[in-house]
Design a protein around this ligand. Sequence first.
Ligand code: PEP
Length: 251
Amino acid sequence: MKKYVIGNWKLNPATQAESLALAQALQEIGQKPNTNTLQVGCSPSFIHLSTVAQTLKTSPIWVGSQDVSALGATGAFTGDVSAVQVADLGAKFTLIGHSERRQYHGEDDKILSQKIINAHLADLMVVLCIGESLDEYQSGLAFNVLDKQLSVLHRIDKNQINANKLIIAYEPVWAIGTGLTPTLNEIEKIHTHIKHYLHTQYGANLPILYGGSVNDKNAHDIANCQGVDGVLVGGASLKIDSFSTIIQAFS
Ligand code: PEP
């Protein structure tokens, strides 16, 4: 299966000039991967999306957004940015359901399912993020929580979902930005579980990415885990040398 290395820049960097510099550095390293086997992507903040998309226009690197509106393509939705608008700028994908969106913006299954529908209507690839909290992990509830989060797909009419444009990112909340990661064995077990669940529930064989404190030191081991089809990278995607090493690990 094709591999994916996707950077999530979150609310970084502060200036357009810094985003431009990051995109230019990425363009240099992004010339190398063969996109038949490895897809590299980055998701800047909405405000820098246009600059980054223009910079990477001729590069094989995908640019994506970190979210899209659940409401409409256009209309009286103050402050929202639609999937149609980001697709128009050249975005190829969007993250949906990142734990920071769930935590700080109260995004629930009703909202997330509408976002998935809107992204697919705009022909964007969806990277649906799921993951358990530390409490849930310590209580041995990870599988139940992940199944519940994946069941958001049940809310969507089969005609409105495009399995060819869906990627799952498993990101344990307790591993995001903390320097902590599950053991390689745990990552393999969870990815196998997610693949099995998606296959039995939806007959789908989707790419499953791992996310949470991936860096230049652990990328190689994670890349060799069974069932890991790539990574979603936060902090380390802002450091071009680290991100380049992570890309190499999946090349
Ligand atoms: C993320 O926020 O998607 C993420 C994986 O962050 P980090 O790599 O910094 O843990």
